[in-house]
Structures are given as structure tokens and as C-alpha cells.
Design a protein around this ligand. Structure first.
Ligand code: PEP
Ligand code: MN
Length: 330
């Protein structure tokens, strides 16, 4: 927000008046060094426009054009995934399932398990981005109908990662919500192809991405035609060997409380170890997450990827109950 000073009015006097209202400002200077207005900084307290316009030093108030108008436009609204709502005003949503879809039987068992504990969305990857080229990289497109059938049998929606533009149509046939993985947050050609499918998208934050880049990646999706973007914080690359990533709950609070965006948290990829998933889930919900996406496996010891962070059924049950407790508070 930019506040223009009346000719002859004192910038210092306006600055202290605004400071008393909880607004932090920076002077806007003309080419001769004269102060002609003040720019309000983003961490200021919200204030009514009329309050500002009534101040004696103020000539006018203007809002600079946003560089992410479509993301701004979804503020305060829950995202729609069919008949499910995720975001401001809706109860927290639990998305759960294995890291990878491994077989038809495994995903059916996983769907039954997550449905028992209140999940509304089944997660699972058929195309897996693996650091090593020798690691299991998913069953491929054959797993999509398995996942759809398993989800349908238990009244669940499907979220699954799409890694390549070539797979967008096939994933769109079977999924309710696309997932863009952390490694692809800035793969703009992929974002555009996914956006053109006109569906909602869960957009993971890049593992070293500033919040602004993440929001702009969301803008790319919406500009290309996505029906909505659900932001997902999954931890940033740190230097701590005991943890896989650093979960940035400040970003979650900022997206939810300052920007009004639908945001969920993936504590599984953040922690990389199952013993921390429950406390991080509770912290995420307290920070303002509108849901959780967690990895859970019918037999974690046999998981073909991310076994150490896969929840056992009793651990998933506790997270389901945490979501319910937060829903009661709404
Ligand atoms: C996943 O959710 O399966 C995944 C690979 O996560 P991320 O993109 O956050 O690493
Ligand atoms: Mn995983």
C-alpha cells in the first residue's frame, strides 16, 4: 500500500501517526530526495482504508498492482476438490497413504486403513522422483486405475504426483487433485500443462524456495487454468542430519493467517522419521494448516520407498483424532 502525502505535510508526523496504528512504513522519495509518500510494509497491522484517508497528512492511498492476482483472488476461500472443501472455513482434511503405490493389493489395503481413521483423500505416487536412478521409481501409469478403484471403494478422493507433461492427461483421468512435487515447483512447462487440465493442484514448496517463488508458481498454475491451488509445506533443506528437512511453520502461518490461502502440511517428508509425525501434525494444525498429507503403509517395514517415515495404523489413528479435535474448535 502506498500513501501519498498532502503537499506541505510532514512525512515524519505521518510516520509516527501510522506507527501508533501499528503500521510500519518506508519513505517514498522523489528524484530530488523529497519525501512524497510512505510505503506500508507487509507485516503491518490491518487497518481500514477510511481510517487512513481521514488522517490530515494523507492525500491519497493506492494499492500497487499485485504480481499474483489469481492467487490473491483465492484468498479466504476454501479450495474445492469435487464435493470436498479444503482451506479457510473448512474442517482440517486428512490425506494419507503410502509413499508409493506398490501393487493393487497394497493400495486397496492402504485405502481401507486410511479411510478407517478419517482420511478424505488417498495419497500415493505411481511416478516417483528418486534421488538414485537405481531406486524403485514407481509402478507407472498402471497404478492409476488401481488407486482410483481403491479410493472409490472407500469414498476417498485421489491425490497423486505428476512428474511429466506427457502424463498429465492420464493422471487427470484418475485423480481428483494433481500433486506437483517439491523438485518440480519451478518446472514451468509442467505447471502450465497441469494448469491447462483445469483441475485443482496441490503444490509442494520447493525444498529451497522462498515463499514468494512458491506463490508465483501457484500463479503460473492458476494463469494456465487450474481451478485452484492448495499450497503444501513439506520442509526446507537444512543441515541437520537427524531430520530430513526443516518444517517451516512460519510459512504456514503466513499463508493462512496473513494471506488467507489454503495451505496443508506434509510432516512426513519434513521429518523423515515416523516418531515426529504426530507432534509436527499437531503443530501444523495449530499454525493454521487446513489439512495434513501423511505417509502411512499397511506394513511399513516392507515399504518400497520412505519406509522409516511411514506411519503404522495405530499412529495414523492418533493423527486422525488430532484432526477431529481441531475440527471441533472451528
Ligand atoms: C511425495 O509426496 O511423494 C514426495 C515425493 O514429496 P516431495 O515432493 O515433498 O519430496
Ligand atoms: Mn515419500
Amino acid at each position: 500500500m502506498w500513501i501519498t502525502l498532502r503537499p506541505g505535510a510532514s512525512g515524519a508526523s505521518l510516520k509516527s501517526r501510522l506507527q501508533a496504528l501499528g503500521l510500519w512504513t518506508q519513505p517514498m522519495q522523489g528524484h530530488k530526495g523529497q519525501i512524497h509518500g510512505l510505503r506500508v510494509l507487509p507485516h503491518s497491522r490491518p487497518v481500514e482504508l477510511t481510517t487512513l484517508l481521514e488522517l490530515p497528512e494523507v492525500l491519497d492511498v493506492s494499492l500497487p498492482p499485485s504480481d499474483r492476482p489469481r492467487v490473491d483472488a483465492q484468498a479466504g476461500e476454501a479450495l474445492r476438490v469435487g464435493d470436498l472443501r479444503i482451506g479457510p472455513g473448512a474442517a482440517p482434511v486428512l490425506m494419507a497413504g503410502p509413499c508409493s503405490v506398490e501393487s493393487e493389493a497394497q493400495i486397496h489395503e492402504a485405502a481401507a486403513m486410511v479411510a478407517r481413521h478419517g482420511a478424505a483423500v488417498l495419497r500415493g505416487g505411481v511416478f516417483k522422483p528418486r534421488t538414485s536412478p537405481y531406486a524403485f521409481d514407481g509402478v507407472g501409469a498402471q497404478g492409476l486405475p488401481w488407486m482410483r478403484a481403491a479410493a472409490d471403494a472407500h469414498g476417498l478422493k485421489v491425490v497423486t504426483e505428476v512428474m511429466s507433461q506427457a502424463d498429465v492427461q492420464e493422471v487427470a483421468r484418475y485423480a481428483d487433485l494433481f500433486q506437483i512435487g517439491s523438485r518440480n515447483m519451478q518446472n514451468y512447462a509442467l505447471l502450465h500443462a497441469v494448469g491447462r487440465a483445469g483441475m485443482p493442484v496441490l503444490l509442494k514448496r520447493g525444498m529451497a524456495s522462498p515463499i514468494e517463488d512458491w506463490l508465483l508458481a501457484g500463479e503460473h498454475l492458476l494463469h494456465a487454468g487450474a481451478s485452484g491451488v492448495l499450497f503444501c509445506e513439506r520442509g526446507l533443506r537444512g543441515q541437520e542430519p537427524l531430520l530430513r528437512n526443516l518444517l517451516d511453520l512460519s510459512a504456514v502461518a503466513l499463508l493462512r493467517h496473513s494471506l488467507g490461502q489454503p495451505v496443508v502440511v506434509d510432516p512426513s517428508h519434513a521429518a523423515g522419521r515416523r516418531d515426529l509425525i504426530e507432534p509436527l501434525s499437531r503443530a501444523a494444525l495449530a499454525a493454521g494448516a487446513s489439512g495434513l498429507i501423511v505417509e502411512a503403509h499397511p506394513d511399513p517395514a516392507q515399504a518400497r520407498s520412505d519406509g522409516p517415515q511411514a506411519l503404522h495404523e495405530d499412529e495414523l489413528e492418533r493423527i486422525g483424532r488430532a484432526c477431529e479435535a481441531f475440527a471441533q474448535e472451528l
